[in-house]
Ligand binder design. Sequence first.
Ligand code: NAD
Length: 400
Amino acid sequence: MPSIDFDRVSQYIEMPRDGRSLLEQPERELRITMGLRLDHELMQSDVYVVYFNTARGPAKGGIRFWPTVTMEHTAELAEKMVWKTALVGVPFGGGKSGIRLDPADYSRMHKTAILKEFVRVIRHELVSGTYVPAPDMGTNAYDMAVIFGETHLPESVTGKPPRVGGLPGRLEATGRGLATCIRAASEKYLDSGLDRRTVGIQGFGNVGGWCAKFLHELGTKITFAADISGGIHADTGLDAHKLAQWCSEGKLLEDYPEYDHVSNDEVLTADVDILVPAAVEDVLTSENASRIKARIIVEGANGPTTPEADAILDEGGITVVPDILANSGGVIASYIEWRKAKSGSLTSRDETFETIDELILGGFHKVSDFAEQTNTSLRTAAECLSVQEVIAAMHDRGWI
Ligand code: NAD
């Protein structure tokens, strides 16, 4: 089942029956049993590769190396990529792959051997450009370098380390785009720049940490922050750079020696202007939604708000900037890296940020204008615009 409620969307856009039918299930699902002898033992794992829709371009989406991946969840994540790429206008479809293993159980050498086997089993997809992977949970830039080493095609994979054909600014990209989106939302809905606003961030990993650093540069006061261990608070503002450094060393916020220590729930329901859930899915629920005091929520994580919470927040007049727009900085950077690989050109960190800002702001204004014109939420507006774009592409391709 698609994550988007097509009945709701079709109240605002034209939704041909054939287009809807093609979007109701993934275009292609591959299930592979991968077997490999590592030292003296057989490593056997299920591998899932899903292309949800490729009308707008190659299937783009990360490789998840995780013990609980399933075909269903891989398809859900692939679907998200379809809407994300369509909304900000990068020429990709949506895909995802999952290798059902616990990365913690494997040494770097064994993981490299598994990735090489993964490339062997889906070589055709990678060298033909049908599927362009990137890092996701359990995989990283070095793993992407291994894939590049097997295909010899720099455009076959993104998220590589900069010295192996990767993009300067890729690591910061999602946090950068998120901060830009937060700035735009503050200007539009709070009628002021970020220098007079307070922000709470849940999740201080790659996305939350970099977002905090960019917000700090914009003069924003981050008064609450949380990670898996709990939260911290200071009315005078937290030092984003020091906190991000602490967390990047693998340390927990509960052990941070300064500031007041609070619970995760206190961070989510804190008295701040803007709340940024940037950790995991389903953290804003029917249980806590009515206690949220922020006036704007900008979704850094994928799917942090349950549909029940979304309805409560909407009713309470809280503006939610949806994940498919707010965290699209990463896929925009992937597009820049792919374009750079295809053309052989060089791109600087500043150019990366310039393109991310341009595409995110373009998406933000399109979505907020549509929401205003149709009197809908930003989430419904974003979904309508994405679906409309994919349906138009399927029409162009002669599929419908
Ligand atoms: P990460 O692993 O680097 O960081 C995750 C952070 O969330 C950590 O601080 C961790 O302590 C915290 N956390 C984990 N479980 C928690 C819980 N139950 N309660 C509170 N905090 C918790 O991950 P990331 O790359 O920063 O990704 C964060 C989210 O953003 C995920 O939903 C991911 O799918 C999404 N996302 C990431 C990217 C990217 O480029 N990294 C792009 C798009 C979307």
